[in-house]
Design a binder for this molecule. Structure first.
Ligand SMILES: [Zn+2]
Ligand SMILES: [Zn+2]
Length: 534
């Protein structure tokens, strides 16, 4: 393959190449090949060989190209299917870090160094911070628990008075199992029932075709805050569910956008509870956000806090130092009200599902239906819905998305880890972006003992399957054999994208052909082994 810089190519060919590249991208997509591969340098510590390897973007970055998103969805479906109706207790042992995990950690270390250097140079670190948090997610997804940096900062201890009360719910004695009950029918068949639950947020005002009838009275602020803190409400629900169920309930859940642009939740639950109890738990579940107030605007327009090297942010008029994040939290006294209280809406859908039925398959497809879309992907995208999305974004613009959000300055509080250059309304956190619409959390929530496998192990399964089909063994990799390093942008050793895509497509085609051949051969054998039907 040649590339456009090759002077030996006739001019006409060179000019045609951008078009060829578009076509190539399409071909790559059809073959399920990542179209935005990330080049990484892999040093083999045994042979000393160093080479550049393309890693699919879905394995490294937060944003996934369409083929990676699709593959991710297939992996998630396999993971969901595997855990839902387990009949033996999963054995959870921390795994040895595999190669993927190792390079993720090393890559993260490099990015951290870059970020720290940028901070020292007084540069904006927002993008690098976002990359780091994305990597942390990936590291967790790759099956490692906890964050790499650990929690060096001691957790704040809150007054017990402010601790959230357990809601008034029945409580069963806890048994040490993750498995649901089974039922045996008259003919001795065992049934393994489970649940598929859909939880939604409350109404913020009447809607028609998923768009507010009266935008002026629609409660966008509440919708924004509910979306920002939705994942914590889900955590509460699971806590309460386990308490009531009396066993270590496992779940696989997906957060998806509703047409009215609020996140909602589909959850496959292992085991079963009475429908009425699930509804009771949903109704009793709430989450309080104990943050400083964010309703009274203190600084706006040109009247914004100013940065002082020594003291942090000051009131521009009086020179008064604004309370730091910790001071503002300490100032929440016993009479303080939570900034926000979240509850689920009345719409709770509970469906009983039996293992191995078409119903179960249908639910699994449903659970992963939106995984390739972002929350903000409006589903039909008419004019009214676009305006609705714009109003939602406006409401999110000045809502603090996290303790470090610059929006705190608007309400007279220094954000956590305050630094110069912070401007309210210009937070670059994910939650404020049109594709997230307030919900920046994970789209798939899987409990720890769902299956015996992490997503990385499910990926490994597929790899092993392919290699076996090819008649090759997956050589056990020595964990310390490879060292991975990011490749700087513009590195001359990285061939043009078109070349790399073509190479990947070629490889994919080769093993597909090989697979077909093996399948045909296997089918032939099977046919001869099966007695002919009369
Ligand atoms: Zn990709
Ligand atoms: Zn923010």
């Amino acid at each position: 393959m040649t590339h456009p810089h090759d002077r030996a190519l006739p001019r006409a060919v060179r000019q045609a190449m951008p078009i060829a590249r578009d076509i190539l991208e399409e071909v790559a997509k059809q073959h399920g090949v990542c179209i935005r591969p990330v080049p990484l340098r892999r040093l083999d510590t045994i042979t000393g060989k160093s080479e550049i390897i393309d890693v699919p973007c879905g394995a490294v970055l937060d944003s996934k190209c369409p083929p990676c998103a699709k593959r991710n969805r297939q992996l998630r479906m396999a993971q969901c299917r595997e855990g839902w109706h387990l009949d033996t207790e999963p054995s959870i042992t921390p795994d040895e870090p595999n190669e993927e995990q190792r390079w993720l950690v090393e890559f993260r270390a490099d990015m951290q160094a870059k970020r720290d250097a940028a901070e020292q140079a007084g540069d904006d670190t927002t993008d690098l911070d976002a990359v780091l948090s994305g990597l942390d997610d990936e590291i967790n997804n790759a099956g490692m628990r906890g964050s790499v940096t650990g929690s060096a900062v001691p957790k704040r201890t809150r007054s017990t008075r402010r601790r959230q009360d357990a809601p008034d719910l029945p409580k069963r004695k806890m048994t040490n199992t993750t498995l649901g009950r089974t039922f045996t029918s008259g003919d001795g068949k065992t049934y393994r029932p489970s649940l598929f639950v859909t939880l939604t947020l409350p109404s913020y005002g009447k809607v028609r075709n998923s768009v507010p009838i009266d935008p002026d009275t629609y409660d966008y602020r509440r919708a924004a805050r509910d979306a920002l803190h939705f994942s914590k409400l889900v955590d509460r629900f699971v806590q309460n569910l386990r308490r009531v169920a009396g066993y270590d309930v496992q779940y696989f859940a997906a957060v998806e956008p509703q047409k009215r642009l609020a996140p909602h939740l589909h959850m496959a639950i292992r085991g079963t509870l009475p429908r009425a109890e699930i509804k009771q738990i949903a109704a009793a579940t709430y989450h309080q956000v104990w943050w400083p107030q964010a309703d009274e605007v203190r600084f706006d327009g040109d009247h914004l806090p100013v940065w002082d090297e020594e003291a942090g942010y000051l009131d521009p008029a009086t020179g008064e130092v604004l309370p730091t994040w910790d001071e503002a939290l300490d100032a929440l006294d016993e009479d303080a009200e939570p900034l926000h209280v979240l509850r689920f809406g009345e719409q709770v859908d509970v469906q009983g599902v039996l293992a191995g039925t078409p119903d179960a398959d249908q639910c699994i497809r449903y659970l992963s239906k939106y995984l390739t879309k972002s929350i903000g992907d409006t589903l039909d995208g008419g004019q009214a819905q676009r305006e609705h999305a714009t109003r939602m974004l406006d409401a999110l613009r000045y809502e603090p998305c996290s303790p470090t959000c610059p929006n705190w300055l608007r309400y007279g509080v220094q954000p956590k880890s305050a630094k110069p250059g912070m401007t309210p309304g210009h937070c670059r956190g994910k939650a404020h972006k049109p594709e997230h619409l307030g919900y920046a959390g994970r789209r798939v929530l899987v409990s720890r003992k769902w299956s015996n496998k992490t997503l990385a192990e499910h990926k490994q399964d597929r790899r092993t399957w392919v290699l076996e089909a090819l008649g090759q063994t997956d050589e056990p990799t020595d964990l310390h054999r490879y060292i991975w390093r990011p490749v700087p942008a513009g590195d001359a050793n990285v061939p043009p994208l078109a070349v790399r895509l073509l190479r990947s497509v070629h490889e994919r085609q080769r093993w597909r052909a090989h697979l077909r051949e093996l399948e045909a051969r296997a089918a032939g054998q099977d046919l001869s082994a099966i007695p002919q039907a009369a």
